[in-house]
Design a binder for this molecule. Sequence first.
Ligand SMILES: [Zn+2]
Ligand SMILES: [Zn+2]
Length: 223
Amino acid sequence: MSFLELADSSNEVNVGGGSIEVMDLHRRDISDEQLRRFEQYAAEMFSAFGMELDSPATTDTPRRFVRALLDATAGYEGDPKLLTVFETECRGGPDCRLSQVIEGPIQFYALCEHHALPFYGHAYVGYIAHERIIGISKLTRLVRLFARRFTVQERVGQQIADGLEAMLAPHGVAVYLEAHHLCTQMRGVQETAPLTRTTFWRGEYENNPALRAEFFTACGLQR
Ligand SMILES: [Zn+2]
Ligand SMILES: [Zn+2]
C-alpha cells in the first residue's frame, strides 16, 4: 500500500521524506532460524537463573518472551498511518502564536537501553498549529512509535518533539513525560516509587513562560 492510498480525505496531505528520517527507523529482518536461536538463549538463561522450564506453564516461555520483546520494540518498524496530516488555515495574529492543541495523558511503555527493563508512564503533548494539524489519535501513535524501542526517557521526548516539528512545522511544541523506571524500582528496596519527569520545549514555548504554565494547567498538572 502506498502512502497516497492512505489519504482518502481531500484536505489530507502526505508529508514524506523529512518526517520519515526523523522517525529513525531500523527495519528488522529476523529469520525464523534466528528466532529459534534466540529462544534457546532465553531458555538457557531462564533455567540457569532458576525457572523450571519443563512445566506446561513454562515450556513455551522462552518463545513467548522473545515474541513479546519483539512486539515491545516494534517502534523501530515505523507507522505508515502517521504520514498524513490535515491542512488548516493559519489566520495569523495572536491566536496563531498562542492557541495550543494539548493531548494527554497518553500511556506509554518503553525499554531502557541500559538494562532492557521497562519504564512506563504518561506523555502530554502540546503544539501550536501553523498550516497543518494532526489527528488526535496520531499523537498517541507518535508517542508509541518512539517509546516502543530500547531507549531513554530524554530521547523519547526529543524524538516526539522533532517528529511533530518535521510533520507539522508548527509554531511550537511542548512535551512532558513522567515515568516509573523498573530498572531502579525492581532492584532497590525503596518505600516510594519515584516518577522521573522530563520536559521539552520548541518554538514559541521556549521564550514564553505563560504558554508553558498554561500547558501544565491544561494537562491538569500542578506546577
Ligand atoms: Zn535502566
Ligand atoms: Zn501560523
